[in-house]
Structure formats: C-alpha cells, structure tokens
Ligand binder design. Sequence first.
Ligand code: CA
Length: 219
Amino acid sequence: MRLLLVEDDTMIGETVLQLLRGEHYAVDWVRDGRIADEALRSAKYDLVLLDLGLPKRDGLEVLRALRARRDTTPVMVATARDAVGDRVAGLDAGADDYVVKPYDTDELLARIRALIRRSAGRAEPAFEHKGVSLNPATREASLNGQPVSLSAREWAVLEPLLARPGVVLSRAQLEEKLFSWKDDVSSNAVEVYIHGVRKKLGNDIIQTVRGLGYLVPKQ
Ligand code: CA
C-alpha cells in the first residue's frame, strides 16, 4: 500500500512518516500544496493523509482539484482538535474521513486501515480467499488456518491482488504499492517477492498473466 503524506510541520511529518513506515506502508512525504498536487497527478496512491494548512496551496484547494479531476483516491484530512469548521469544509470538499491533531497513533492507524478497506469495497477487517487469510490490523497471515510468516514486501504484493481476485495488476502497479520515491527498485523486485509468496502459500495463489501482470484467480 502506498500513501501520500502531506504535512508542512517537520516534526509531525517525521513522526508520522516513521509510524507509517513501521507499519510497512510505502510513503511519499511532501510539504506543500503545490508539490502535493503534482504528486497526486503523477502517481496512484491508496490513501492521502492531507494537512489543510499548507504553504503554496491550501489543502482544501488540493482536495477540490483532485475531485474535480474525478480522482477517487481516498483522502483523510488532518485538522486541529477544535477546528470543527475545517473538518466540515474538508468533508464537503470531498474528503472521506478526518483525523484530529495531535494524533492518537492507534486511532490514526485504525482509521487508515478502515478507509483503505472501505475504498476496496470490503466490510470485513480480514480478507480470505482460497484458504489464505490476511488481517491488516494484526498483520497475521494464514494458510488453511496455519500461521504463515510473510515479509513486509511479500505482504505488500499479495494484499492488493488478494483484495480483488480475478483483477490483473501490472508489474508497474505493484511496484507503485511497494516503493516510495526514495527507494531504489531493481527491475525484478516484484518477481522476487511473488516468488517468495508462492513458496509460502503455493504456486497457484498468484498466477502470471503473460504480458499483462499478475492475478489471484477467482476460483
Ligand atoms: Ca500545516
């Protein structure tokens, strides 16, 4: 899962960046509204955590422009505890949820998981398919009830495929979920992690669709 963190306060930004990376999200951090706008036009994110008070372009403007492009990327706005007006304005401008600062880290992470889950059309916190179960909240994986230990990046390639059985994701789409801008990506990285998943969960769990990418079969 790849997240865009938009935050101009260095201390808050660094804290949240460490927190999210610790949860194995690939995170890009930008500090003003103009760069946030450019990032949102150039990459596909699973979620944006958007501060509203930003230099160069206001967070609300960034959000309105995103929705005006009919971009449905899930957006969580970050507001001060007493700023009810900001929350209302954010939701009315197209935000999916809000979170108040200073952050309660458990709440922030739970809201992020819930929003990613809802945007994928799932109601259940864990998802299961073909005997494989992934629980993003506990990061527990199992095969036919037996716990399986997946590395963070094996998890990162499997999760989006298992979330939508039958849907093909290209190598580039999986790379976007695995890496942030700062990472050096070797050309066969996705293949390496898919190989790891197959070793642990069986060859059939992820199918290669020649020339197109990968999918988890529906049946
Ligand atoms: Ca700010």
